[in-house]
Design a binder for this molecule. Structure first.
Ligand code: FPP
Length: 243
């Protein structure tokens, strides 16, 4: 569904791949004297609006940090609430994603989630597997350092077995092992809520990404904010170390 902001090109230089650290659900709820769960519920509404807007604007890949490998440290009730919202999102939005030709992907070790969540995610991945359109990647139990450790171990094992020379372990080889290997290079990484950290998200992929930290709390981040972010991206000069 296109919004007024999304109905026309927002920038001359569109980012192909946008990633978002969706932060601030708890503070959004606290400001309203609501339980944290209400903030996460409002966060799902923002997910829906922003994923639609990203598609309408022509973003080829959107990666959302829904659950980090460190989020297990939260109270069990909050963790299970987040799992419930993930199930709610898949049950409610999968038909639209299939219809809109979205390729759903998951990065992270989601198999550590409860069996019913894993089954639902697997079903959703299967149902969008034949799609050919924009990618919606959801980070579930994702941690960038673990992703890099796994990549290093796989390549080292191949080298130790004599299948590849050590010199073949270069940047391209590492990228080919990352969970984002199918996605375009990361162009724009947004974090909401005023925090200025990467929090173990897409550390390799962010090497040349433009970083944008906005004060808006995630539940308040909407299509217009995404359009603003893309406009800001369009005004940045990317030099990749050159002049
Ligand atoms: C950060 O806010 C947000 C999260 C840890 C979870 C993000 C999850 C959602 C938006 C809902 C589920 C996602 C999908 C894709 C269905 P916080 O709780 O850390 O906020 P705070 O820093 O203000 O406490």
């Amino acid at each position: 569904m296109a919004t007024a902001a999304a109905s026309q090109p927002v920038a001359q230089h569109m980012p192909r791949h946008v990633a978002i650290i969706m932060d601030g659900n708890g503070r959004w709820a606290a400001q309203r004297h609501l339980p944290r769960a209400a903030g996460h519920r409002a966060g799902v509404e923002a997910v829906r609006a922003v994923t639609r807007a990203a598609r309408a604007m022509g973003v080829q890949a959107l990666t959302l940090y829904a659950f980090s490998s460190e989020n297990w440290r939260r109270p069990a009730e909050e963790v299970s609430g987040l799992m419930g919202l993930l199930k709610f999102f898949i049950r409610n939005d999968l038909a639209e994603l299939v219809r809109e030709n979205v390729r759903l992907r998951v990065i992270g070790d989601y198999r550590r989630f409860p069996a019913d969540v894993v089954a639902l995610v697997d079903d959703a991945l299967g149902r969008t597997a034949a799609n050919t359109g924009p990618i919606l990647a959801i980070a579930l139990n994702y941690g960038a350092q673990a992703e890099l450790v796994t990549a290093a171990q796989r390549l080292a094992a191949r080298a130790a077995a004599g299948a590849i020379p050590v010199e073949a372990i270069d940047g391209d080889a590492i990228e080919a092992e990352l969970e984002t290997r199918e996605l375009p290079p990361l162009d724009l990484l947004i974090r909401t809520s005023g925090e200025q950290r990467l929090s173990n998200f897409l550390l390799w992929q962010a090497a040349y990404a433009e970083l944008l930290f906005v004060d808006t709390l995630w539940p308040d981040f909407g299509p217009d904010d995404l359009a603003d972010a893309i406009r800001a991206f369009g005004q940045r000069q990317r030099r990749y170390g050159g002049l």
